[in-house]
Design a protein around this ligand. Sequence first.
Ligand code: TIU
Length: 229
Amino acid sequence: MRIEAKPYEYSLDLGSAALLIIDMQRDFLEPGGFGEMLGNDVSQLRRTIEPNKALLKAWRAVGALVIHTREGHRPDLTDLPPAKKIRGRSPTTIGDPGPMGRILVRGEAGHDIISELCPAAGEPIIDKPGKGAFFATDLHAILQNRGVQQLVVTGVTTEVCVNTTVREANDRGYDCMVVSDCCGSYFPEFHEMGLKMIAAQGGIFGWVAPSAAIIEALAGINMMKGAAE
Ligand code: TIU
């Protein structure tokens, strides 16, 4: 399956591909959450919800693997590096009571994935303590066990957790395609540069494509499946 992408077309093989949705969590995206509390404009992230919903629906329809991630920590904060706790000098930091429970703590409401993209039964959820989804998680093992070599990556934020994860994946040998309108940053210029950094130098970290190009290709598969049934 050929997808129009930057820097050149991506050859998607659904049998060895996973859709990896990064950190679409209430604390980052919802008004009144941790992200907004820090003064960020959550509308920059919320514009990714509808494209993610559409891509997720199309991806599920062809029966390919979906994996979700969440950034957060153990309730006792034993996996929270002191440097991460104090960085930013904010009066409210990770583990403190926030607008939607304790901030970025597993099991709290704000740590949950937004209802629009709620994981379905059987879709692995990776709880990660860092920005990259490979650090201190079993993501690589899960991908290896499922024979995954290609990652279609969406989520927030483009320049932080999406970029970090794609760089980690690239070094582990995965071919990543980042979905431009399904990623977002609180800072539009970082989003734009974050995408450019992926596809620069002949695809130094991977490919970038809009969701419409992927959904169109997936629709073609569903049409063929429908005709065969
Ligand atoms: N998921 C993710 O990107 N975590 C962040 O902390 N992002 C920020 O942009 N702060």
